[in-house]
Design a protein around this ligand. Sequence first.
Ligand code: SF4
Length: 399
Amino acid sequence: MAAGSLDGTAPGRGAALPNVYEDLARYPMNITRRKTRRIYVGHVPIGDGAPIAVQSMTNTDTKDVVSTARQIRRLERSGCEIVRLGVPDLDAAQALGRIRERARIPLIADIHFDHKLALEAIRQGVAGLRLNPGNIGSAQKVRDVCRAAAEHGIPIRIGVNSGSIEKRLLRKYGGPTVEAMVESALSHVAILEKEGFYDIKISLKATDVTKTIDAYRMLAAQVDYPLHVGITEAGTLLPGAVKSAVGIGILLAEGIGDTIRVSLSARPEHEVQAAFSILRALGIRKRGVEVIACPTCARTSIDVIGLAQKVERRLSHIAAPLQVAVMGCVVNGPGEAREADVGIAGGKGMGIIFKKGASIGTYREEELLPALLHEVELLTSAAPSRTGGAGREEPHSSL
Ligand code: SF4
């Protein structure tokens, strides 16, 4: 596929995504993306070769406009490109417009059962709905939602969750099987298609990783709608990120998946960080600073763990792809530190800093952090990066 098809630009649909991803021609794993239709969530293209978009979800009370807008701002800074908000009642739906005014990234309203909430969310200017049409009642209600969504150019995500499969399918398949999940998704799709609505993406989430993978594989062979991929209720930060990395990673490596959400029982910014780590590990998109740090051992001569954590925290505002190494000794340290954009190779109470492969000096341990931050600062402010500037976070100004 030509790299040009990945620039995310669509005439009349706003600017491209920030250019912080590697295009397909550079995918080290030679991944062939599944061909899909293209939809837009606001100005963010999804499917048909568009960059795999990273999503998260707020966990504030949507009625609390200030807290929700603040959380969205933090998500934007971490690189989140689309954010979903739960809309449990009319008050929450009516708050969406004020939140939207404060947000730079598109909002998706998560609606269950009540089509009036969907209509209000559309009135308030959301960029997408997450709604299962089979759960909102009569054909007329579905028709009203489809008409309003179509008038505003708003896509609908059908989100099948293994925990809420229809009873008839549970009886037919003897439980929430892969087949039941896929049939559930297809039945919701059929309802929208009957109304002439095709601006659809689909998710099929289970807590079981292998079941999720099988479900997406089966669905991917039957439809050409873009797919939102994730492992639902994956758990707390570490185990949840690992489960998500396995499930989402396997699917992406097979070319399945057009937008991803890592679901964690943790701060939403961690979901975005984990999502970009998955994309980076596969060589699909690169964003922000990747800290390469040694695991430490008996040879470690400086506080590698503390230093690596501080480096990660202090450089989290940088959007440009950058590798920073923090290594503990002179055995493996210099090699890795040289390979990185900026790196530290520790010695006894001191360390050597390398930049772009060359040693730039030896520093006492307490000087290492400020010296390294200074070098990264020089690097990101001096050289125009692929983000089109200093590589510092200008969150989604181009979105
Ligand atoms: S880089 Fe040195 S200190 Fe770090 S784990 Fe390897 S041998 Fe140990």
